[in-house]
Design a binder for this molecule. Structure first.
Ligand code: DHB
Length: 468
């Protein structure tokens, strides 16, 4: 009997679309179930292939066997991330990204993965952690299992995502073939193949959740006003309404305690800069680790200034004779503003997306830090520490237990306040310290968002993948 997970290249549709003035013709294979025993209809994927590859032709130097396989996800807010396609009108869609990747000659695989709000017909939760990453791994295993049948080079898989989707992408890169996921993958009937990937593209990855609260107070402690957007979806469109508030007296009391925790955590990571000098923080939260973040933000401001941008729109940026001579941390942070309360992620009422992510089959939400469990405002359980660690990319960088991607491109906007600048900086630095190839910047004036620099992302990929 042939495996139900065998890719069949004879059943497809074709389309031609103009992308940036160029006609792109592609074949697409949709709704392919990537596990033998799915638990939800979302566990399907779509494959898109440049038509040229079926005629023995090349695109951008690639052919049917050498093309990189680009795997963007649609995960946001740790919600379900359905498989995507061009001209998809759903608000989560990155259909344009798929088309542009096809124009670049990539094979695109868009897999649907479960998210924290999903239930089965009995009302039990089926998408709590680690479902999102188990599904993404199963999709990668499907692609690798179909090596030679599914076009593209399964040794050149590049994952891509934004925010919770950026975390998904980063976790794919960090946790390749980790034992922790074998049992759930087996239960789903995932294809017998590996799930490590070649390269990671992660935009503003909301990860390292266990330390994100402390990192947030390290950055924003002392700033009491918060400003965020309430997002509703009406007629497939996102409607954003600004909401403002102030930290309560209780939040103001907790903030310095969390902040004080951060230096201890950071120093235990033993990070070093590019020439081996330690990156550390004093108990007050100052020191070389903070200095490199400021230096990198300054460099980002300098690049924007050189490109003609008015960088003094943000307070704290000093420009003298065409040079960014200073970026004042406190003034700059007041100008980008705080977004979240205290704790920022493991909220004491369990209302955050992350507490919801750590629920279980029968429990809607759980705390995932001992701090929030100790200070909780509601009856609550603490999520299993092994689970919390298993979905944190850092875990795999601190203790060898996986196959880690060699190539990483990480972007976190200089105006992003969804998580502290420290969080992507720790990830990028630890990867570099572990000998990985890392391209990390804080793009100037860029809020929490992704896919905003696809030409640069694609040249990064081409540099790694194009035959020379
Ligand atoms: C996302 C944003 C957040 O601020 C967060 O806490 C979790 C997820 C997101 O956009 O995916």
């Amino acid at each position: 009997m042939t495996s139900p997970l065998r890719f069949d290249d004879t059943t497809y549709q074709s389309a031609t679309t103009t992308v940036d003035g160029v006609a792109v013709t592609y074949r697409y294979f949709t709704g392919l179930t990537y596990v033998a025993q799915p638990v939800d209809d979302i566990q399907k994927l779509n494959v898109f292939v440049p038509e040229a590859y079926f005629n023995g032709q090349h695109v951008n130097g690639y052919n049917r066997v050498s093309a990189p396989i680009f795997m963007p996800n649609t995960v946001g807010g740790y919600m379900p991330g359905p498989r995507d396609y061009p001209r998809n009108s759903q608000p989560f869609s990155r259909g344009e990204t798929i088309l542009k990747a096809l124009k670049q000659g990539y094979v695109v695989v868009s897999a649907g993965v479960r998210g924290r709000t999903q239930t089965n017909f009995q009302g039990e939760y089926i998408g709590k952690a680690p479902a999102f990453i188990v599904d993404m791994k199963a999709a990668v295993r499907y692609v690798k299992f179909n090596a030679g049948r599914l076009p593209g080079d399964p040794d050149k898989i590049i994952t891509n995502g934004t925010s919770a989707g950026g975390a998904t992408s980063a976790l794919m890169g960090a946790s390749g073939n980790a034992d922790f996921f074998d049992t759930p993958l087996l239960a789903l009937g995932a294809a017998p193949a590996t799930d490590d990937v070649f390269a990671v593209s992660a935009y503003c990855p909301i990860h390292n959740l266990e330390h994100a609260d402390a990192a947030y107070e390290w950055e924003f402690s002392g700033i009491y006003q918060w400003h965020r957007q309430k997002i509703r979806v009406v007629n497939n469109r996102r409607i954003c309404t600004p909401v403002h508030g102030k930290l309560t007296p209780a939040e103001r009391r907790l903030s310095p305690i969390l902040k004080a925790d951060f230096s201890g955590y950071l120093n235990e990571l033993h990070l070093t800069d590019d020439i081996g000098r330690p990156l550390t923080l004093t108990p007050e939260g100052n020191g070389s680790f903070k200095d490199v973040i400021i230096a990198q933000l300054r460099q980002s401001a300098q690049e924007a200034l050189t490109a003609g941008v008015d960088v003094t729109k943000y307070a704290g940026v000093t420009v003298v004779a065409g040079q960014v001579t200073d970026l004042n941390w406190d003034r700059y942070l007041r100008s980008i503003t705080r977004m979240k309360g205290v704790p920022a992620f493991d909220t004491l009422d369990l209302s955050s997306p992350e507490a919801d992510l750590f629920g279980s089959r029968l429990v809607a939400a759980k705390h995932f830090t001992p701090f929030a469990q100790d200070h909780t405002a509601v009856t609550s359980q603490l999520a299993d520490a092994d689970l919390v660690a298993a979905i944190d990319p850092l875990t795999y960088l601190l203790k060898p237990q996986s196959h880690i991607a060699q190539h990483w491109r990480i972007r976190h906007g200089a105006a992003d306040r969804d998580t502290s600048f420290a969080i992507p900086m720790i990830l990028a630095t630890k990867l570099k310290n572990n000998g990985k190839d890392v391209d990390f910047t804080f793009p100037w004036a860029t809020p929490h968002s992704g896919d905003y620099d696809l030409p640069e992302l694609f040249s990064w990929i081409d540099n790694l993948c194009q035959p020379r």
